[in-house]
Ligand binder design. Structure first.
Ligand code: 5AD
Ligand code: FES
Length: 352
């Protein structure tokens, strides 16, 4: 007789949801022999049905590593005096886009710390300029928690998508990963505001973050089911040497892949990146991510001179490689597993 885990996977595929105690049971038994293989086979079948063998790409532009926040896990946290801080100018950002466009990217992701120097006025101007120059491209922002009014202003200026990981779906766990001035409630408020305004929204969490348990993981999946985002970015927690979590254990490849597979079954049409963090802890991490149900890769378009400085975690890959090299590298990697990089915007199937 097959174990309960296999039955739960079957039911997740059919109902696209599970109850809390069922999620907990799955996470507690995820290492059961044959279970991951069973899950990945289903997940890849679903992602092939929805996306074929195309992998969407996003060009990531890390435009500032100044941050007013102090998240305990993050290498660019405010209190890290060893971080060498930088800001790209509007002109720098536009030349990243130009290079990216020529390389075939049709989505740009502007990601940065929560940097007060980039006022809403400046951000709106940057968003407008990019959308004027590249009307056929999608623009994604990933710049943290803001008042609803700010989110509305960027959206009106032309931003299409927003990435804001929820980090953990458990309030008490959230409080152990963040300083006291940050709250799960505000994170939630941001995500629901973004969705309500009309953005394609991406959320996500770190796998294996300190104090994560099967129960907090269950909360992640229940939260994601409730939010029903268009995208979900997950990657392993990787310790950064200049943070309070320097000595903590990082997340594993096996659990990260398992979570990707579960996400594909729960949200069949979601955009799921095989993340840089996954590529960092394993040489073929991103390929394995695709073969567990992911369908997006996000290579870096930031100027090589600042790459090393956007160090959220130790040993981040691709910090010395030009954008063109990363594009080619990923093209080859995807080809090696029977996939192709897409040159489309890569919208969520319900919106394309
Ligand atoms: N390890 C892995 N991921 C991290 N992030 C931040 N710090 C780390 C780390 N040490 C992730 C967070 C954040 C995203 C931009 O990067 O989930 O939302
Ligand atoms: Fe950057 Fe491989 S993707 S070098």
């Amino acid at each position: 007789m097959r174990s309960r885990c296999f039955e739960l996977i079957d039911r997740l595929e059919k109902d696209k949801s599970l109850k809390r105690e069922e999620w907990v049971f799955l996470f507690e038994h995820f290492e059961e022999p044959g279970l991951s293989e069973y899950l990945f086979e289903k997940a890849v079948r679903i992602s092939k049905e929805v996306f074929g063998n195309k992998v969407y790409t996003r060009g990531l532009i890390e435009f500032t590593n100044y941050c007013k926040n102090n998240c305990l896990y993050c290498g660019i946290r405010r209190d890290n005096r060893n971080a060498s801080r930088y800001r790209l100018t509007k002109e720098d950002i536009l030349s990243c886009c130009e290079e990216g466009y020529e390389l075939g990217f049709r989505t740009f992701v502007l990601q940065g710390g929560e940097d007060p120097a980039f006022t809403d006025e400046i951000l709106v101007d940057i968003v407008r300029s990019i959308k004027d120059l590249y009307p056929d491209c999608a623009l994604t922002l990933s710049i943290g928690e803001k008042p609803r009014k700010s989110y509305e202003a960027y959206y009106e200026a032309g931003a299409d998508r927003y990435l804001l990981r929820h980090e953990t779906g458990d309030k008490a766990h959230y409080a152990r990963l963040h300083p006291g001035n940050m709250s799960f409630e505000n994170r939630r408020r941001c995500l629901f505001d973004l969705k309500d305004i009309g953005y394609q929204v991406g959320s996500g969490f770190m796998v294996g973050s300190p104090y994560q348990t099967s129960d907090t993981l269950a909360s992640d999946f229940l939260f994601l089911k409730e939010l029903s985002p268009h995208m979900v970015g997950i990657g392993p927690f990787v310790p950064h040497h200049d943070t309070p979590f320097a000595k903590e254990t990082g997340g594993t490849v096996a659990l990260t892949l398992f979570c990707i597979g579960l996400l594909r079954l729960m949200l069949p049409k979601a955009l799921l990146p095989a993340t840089t963090a996954l590529g960092t802890i394993s040489p073929r991490g991103r390929e394995m991510g695709i073969l567990a149900g992911a369908n997006v890769v996000m290579p870096n378009l930031s100027p090589v001179k600042v790459r090393k400085k956007y160090e959220l975690y130790d040993n981040k890959i691709c910090t010395g490689d030009e954008a063109a090299e990363c594009r080619q590298c990923l093209e080859n990697r995807m080809k090696s597993i029977g996939y192709e990089l897409s040159r489309s915007r890569g919208d969520h199937p319900d919106l394309a």
